[in-house]
Write a protein that binds this ligand. Structure first.
Ligand SMILES: *[C@@H]1O[C@H](CO)[C@@H](O)[C@H](O)[C@H]1NC(C)=O
Ligand SMILES: *[C@@H]1O[C@H](CO)[C@@H](O)[C@H](O)[C@H]1NC(C)=O
Length: 139
């Protein structure tokens, strides 16, 4: 990839890395028989930038169901010259708790995907009740 980029720069073209499509789906379970709210986000942890790169987010939703399914999709275009892998992280922030006014965030274990991959699929199912670290708000 790097060699191709240098050649393209010498030829006067911009260097466009091929993009990778990321898809994640799964279920969030909250069998409390109550209304609860959640936001699921997929992002690329980038050591060369101060802010994480959000790939996709569900937005905040409030539901009555004991289980919902989610689907996130988005692409990324290269990751600087020195990284050959994307570091993909997921988080869910929710108030599926037995205490009032309690909002928590659960993170998955970061997984790695080659930047040359065309498509990467990941499945993450989460039991929410009282899980995660307390956070001040949904976003
Ligand atoms: C996730 O996607 C896979 C493959 O497309 C599908 O078989 C599975 O049913 C989906 N799961 C959910 C919870 O949507
Ligand atoms: C979660 O937050 C929503 C909106 O504030 C509220 O209606 C709901 O009762 C909360 N659910 C729980 C389990 O605390």
């Amino acid at each position: 990839m790097r060699v191709i980029c240098f050649l393209l720069i010498f030829l006067g073209n911009s260097c466009m890395a091929a993009s990778t499509l990321f898809r994640t789906n799964g279920t969030l379970s909250c069998p409390l028989f109550k209304t609860w709210c959640y936001v699921v986000t997929m992002y690329e942890e980038d050591t060369f930038r101060f802010l994480d790169d959000r790939i996709d987010t569900s937005g905040v939703h409030c539901v009555d169901a004991n289980q919902i399914s989610y689907h996130l999709i988005g692409d990324q275009n290269g990751d600087g010259f020195y990284n050959h892998y994307y570091e993909i992280a997921l988080s869910v922030t929710h108030n599926c708790t037995t205490k009032r006014h309690n909002i928590r965030t659960i993170r998955n274990k970061v997984y790695y995907a080659k930047i040359t991959s065309e498509e990467v699929f990941h499945n993450w199912n989460v039991q929410l009740i009282d899980e995660g670290e307390r956070v001040p708000d949904f976003e």
